[in-house]
Design a protein around this ligand. Structure first.
Ligand code: ATP
Ligand code: MG
Length: 268
């Protein structure tokens, strides 16, 4: 795989709180992500995972506290970050797949030849070497999501933020993309923060798994270190053990979240 190495940046989140009007979404969040680390973020629906990720990208400003990326406070926008959204609707439908992937470099003044090289390199990386001349509408959902990932990585972000990027995909495509992403991450060295609801996915990808508590005022409830060797074997005893701990931990928060919404567990 001929992929340009990137130096991942560290992210420090300090006493972070984000409110929308009177609603306190997350509060008292402290988290240090090391350079080149792969962190997965789990928690009940609506607890504030996307909000937290968007604040790392500089799309949402903290209400209190601070986020630093490579030592610099993140305000409006984060030049180190590239964000992959849950749906692939973010693709430019009127541009070819190659045009989508080389869009960022083109905006930064890359020559025509350079754009062609970059598109070919990153499409090969995500397993789509022959789709450059197609339009997004001619691709399957899984292929579109790969294009979105290639488009983000083509900008060589040193912080990759991924919000349930494989959430809408079938289990088989999901597994293939997880393996590809693990390879890409190991070859590039970027820092990754990845939101998912899937414990298996988190244990396949993460150096650390961060569990958020139920909102409102969601916090970091627990952090699990995953030391099992890569590529991960789901049958590894450490992975099985962590799966059970995470399942119980998250279940407790999902029940708390539903209770906070007025739904009791025996009604489920
Ligand atoms: N721009 C906004 N204005 C007001 N409230 C918002 C805004 N964005 C998010 N929220 C609220 O913040 C809370 C957290 O939303 P967020 O999308 O971060 O949750 P999440 O953990 O990503 O959930 P899911 O797992 O379902 O994607 C929700 O109650 C949501 O309604
Ligand atoms: Mg979300």
């Amino acid at each position: 795989m001929s992929v340009t190495a990137i130096k991942g940046v560290p992210v420090e989140i300090e006493s972070l709180g984000i409110s929308f009007g009177a609603a306190d979404i997350v509060s008292g969040i402290d988290l240090q992500v090391r350079e080149g680390e792969f962190v997965c973020l789990l928690g009940p629906s609506g607890c504030g995972k996307s909000t937290l990720l968007s604040s790392m990208a500089g799309f949402i400003e903290p209400t209190v506290g601070e986020i630093r990326c490579d030592g610099t406070t993140v305000r409006r926008g984060n030049p180190h970050a590239g964000m992959v959204f849950q749906s692939s609707e973010a693709l430019f439908e009127w541009m070819t797949v190659s045009g989508n992937v080389s869009y960022g470099p083109r905006m930064h003044g890359a020559s025509k030849a350079e754009q062609v090289r970059i598109a070919a390199e990153y499409l090969a990386m995500v397993g789509l070497p022959h789709s450059g001349d197609k339009f997004p509408s001619q691709l399957s959902g899984g292929m579109r999501q790969r294009v979105q990932i290639a488009r983000v990585l083509a900008n060589q972000p040193s912080l990759v933020l991924m919000d349930e990027p494989f959430g809408a995909l079938d289990a088989q495509t999901r597994q293939v993309l997880q393996i590809e992403l693990d390879k890409i991450w190991r070859h590039t060295g970027c820092t990754v923060v990845f939101v998912t609801h899937d414990i298996d996915e988190a244990l396949t990808l993460a150096d650390r798994v961060v569990v958020m508590s139920a909102g409102p005022r969601a916090r970091i409830k627990s952090i699990y270190q995953v030391d099992a060797p890569r590529p991960r074997d789901r049958a590894h005893p450490d992975v099985i053990d962590l799966y059970e701990q995470l399942r119980d931990d998250i279940r407790a928060e999902v029940v708390a979240s539903l209770r906070n919404q007025g739904i009791e567990e025996d009604e489920l």
